[in-house]
Design a protein around this ligand. Structure first.
Ligand code: CMP
Length: 134
């Protein structure tokens, strides 16, 4: 089973790609696809369209387009659920010790990593970055 992770611009600019990828590999994920991307405003709005009406939508799009991000298609048993557990809560202050967001995120907005939240969204989000995996 595949899921999508995005190492966000804050973590890329802080030189944390290597540590985060090592953490993911240590949790048994295999990297099936990887691409460093600079999202356009249109692509970021499309990716986060479910959040369009939320107050944090424009700041989120602006942050996600602020620099390169690393999109990863990750494979593991129970990939969606396990990745959500490994990244921790959206707000790093609420995230459990040892989770990626607790270790590397700066704030609820600049929170280091995205992970698909359901198998349906994982399929959509993997295909969004890696159309050949459709
Ligand atoms: P992510 O998992 O990428 O999905 C939506 C993102 O919106 C979330 O991570 C946060 O980075 C961002 N966000 C910013 N503010 C909020 C908020 N108040 N509640 C939820 N998500 C937020």
């Amino acid at each position: 089973m595949l899921t999508l992770a995005i190492i966000k611009p804050d973590a890329v600019s802080a030189n944390n790609i290597g540590k985060i990828v090592a953490h993911l590999e240590g949790e048994g994920f295999r990297i099936r696809e990887a691409q460093l991307v600079r999202l356009t405003k249109e692509r970021a709005e499309s990716f986060y369209e479910v959040h369009r009406e939320r107050p944090f939508f424009q700041p989120l799009v602006s942050f996600m387009t602020s620099g390169p991000a690393l999109a990863l298609a990750l494979e593991r048993d129970d990939a969606v659920t396990h990745l959500r557990k490994v990244i921790g809560a959206t707000d790093p202050a609420q995230a459990e010790a040892g989770t990626i967001r607790r270790l590397y995120a700066e704030s609820k907005e600049r929170n280091a990593i995205h992970a698909s939240d359901s198998p349906e969204n994982a399929a959509r989000e993997v295909a969004f970055f890696f159309p050949s995996r459709r």
